[in-house]
Design a binder for this molecule. Structure first.
Ligand SMILES: [Zn+2]
Length: 447
């Protein structure tokens, strides 16, 4: 099957922009954040609606790597001329002000830094103030408004953006099953849209054009949100009951091949994680689940490819394993991540992340750095509840010493297995944290 487009964050090396930088792309980032109301409009931009106006597809934000002067769309401060007066020469003082303003727009200043962080937080990205591929992608997507473009299912280049998310949200609120509100127009969104069109006596062509939009708008006020997508995800899981037979778990070793991840002294994230993944896989198999490693030791596919593989094998859950590194040796502990942003999150992903944290913290002395909702590509492109766990800091002497021990890695694998098992137990059978033992559960399985 063809791989879905990875937005702007493929494997291309791109420049990262942060506080103190000066770059034409900074003006673009500023314009985007102004149009999204994360920054107040500069005086000369207040009348210019360009930044917020629907843009035809194909005029995406320029890549930071693009040579200056190419692809700055209309509305960007470099386009200079004010609407309505292209031929009238500006008075010298005004020209001077405008030039100064343009110049200031190129500067990644403290206000922009704050706005970038706020934007990142609202989108479930790491709020580090650094504009890299993920943040650029999110800015592009955030500017899409429902109605800006015709939406339909395109196998090779799926539509991605907030317009798709709005469509999914509306369909879902009316009871149509779109899966997760992830902003990606996939086959399930198409099926839900056709269903909606059929219900409203429209041609069920799976394309969201003017007629469908009008119908959606008509119904807008009659529906009340109740996160039906979340309910559905939980129901699907409970229907399986406590039997783990046939549950497919994708295990993702976070690195591999010539991508070593974090390396400190003779400890290397890739190798430790490969060992952990193998231990986890063996335990999952031994307790009657199906387990697959998403890649072998000699490669490190990108996150979209990893997600794609998990979708292909029809995994019920995905567990991605990583280690962490900090600037300070004091940073330590374990944290887990699940798909989520301001629009909502994967309820089952969150539950699994919480169980993994609980089991790990109770069975080891790793510090609890809690669970966090993120929109990272791996969590987003996967169709099943997916989590990523960062199992301690290699830069911290305590965590590093623990991770270097095979017994410790065994305990970690056992803790993750227990969390996966607890996910399928109804509340009355759910044992206290740290006490689930594999044989107890295996004997409860129907044969
Ligand atoms: Zn890693």
């Amino acid at each position: 099957m063809t791989r879905p487009r990875a937005g702007s964050s493929g494997n291309r090396r791109i420049k990262l922009l942060r506080l103190g930088d000066r770059d034409p792309s900074v003006a673009e980032i500023r314009a985007a954040l102004i149009s999204l109301s994360f920054l107040p409009a500069a005086p000369h931009q207040q009348e210019a609606p360009a930044a917020g106006r629907p843009r035809p597809s194909g005029t995406d934000l320029p890549h930071p790597a693009a040579p200056p002067g190419t692809g700055l769309p209309d509305g960007g401060p470099r386009s200079g001329t004010r609407a309505g007066a292209p031929d009238t020469p500006m008075p010298a003082a005004a020209r001077f002000d405008a030039a100064r303003e343009l110049d200031a727009a190129l500067e990644f200043d403290a206000a922009l830094d704050r706005a970038v962080r706020a934007f990142q937080q609202s989108r479930g990205l790491s709020a580090d103030g650094i504009v890299g591929p993920d943040t650029f992608r999110a800015l592009e997507e955030a500017r899409r408004k429902l109605g800006d473009r015709l939406l339909f299912y395109s196998v090779n280049h799926p539509f991605i953006g907030d317009d798709v998310a709005s469509l999914q949200e509306r369909l879902s609120n009316m009871g149509f099953d779109v899966g997760r509100t992830d902003g990606i127009f996939g086959p399930r969104t198409e099926a839900a849209l056709r269903d909606f069109q059929y219900n409203r006596a429209l041609e069920p062509d799976g394309r969201c054009g003017p007629l469908t939009l009008r119908e959606l708008k008509k119904l807008e006020r009659t529906v009340v949100g109740g996160r039906p997508d979340v309910l559905r995800e939980s129901v699907r899981l409970l229907q399986r009951g406590p039997s783990l037979l046939g549950v497919v778990v994708a295990v993702d070793p976070g690195h591999g091949g010539n991508d070593p991840g974090v390396t400190v002294g003779d400890l290397c994230e890739r190798d430790l994680i490969a060992d952990l993944a193998a231990r986890l896989e063996a335990r999952l198999l031994a307790s009657g689940l199906e387990a697959y490693l998403l890649h072998g030791p000699h490669e490190s596919p990108d996150d979209v490819e990893r997600a794609h593989r998990a979708n292909e094998i029809g995994a019920d859950l995905l567990v991605s394993l990583h280690l962490d590194a900090g600037k300070s040796p004091q940073a330590q502990g374990v944290s887990s991540y699940y798909f989520g942003n301001a629009r909502g999150s994967s309820a089952v992903g969150e539950r699994l992340a919480t169980l993994v944290q609980k089991e790990l913290v109770s069975r080891t002395d790793l510090v609890n750095c809690r669970t966090h909702a993120k929109t990272w590509e791996l969590l987003r492109w996967t169709r099943m509840p997916a989590i990523r766990t960062d199992l301690g800091y290699l830069t911290n002497p305590h965590d590093a010493a623990a991770l270097g021990s095979p017994e410790f890695r065994d305990t970690v694998a056992e803790a993750i297995l227990a969390a996966v098992q607890r996910l399928f137990l109804p509340p009355d059978l759910d044992p206290p944290t740290g006490q689930l033992r594999v044989p107890t559960l295996a004997s409860r399985r129907p044969r």
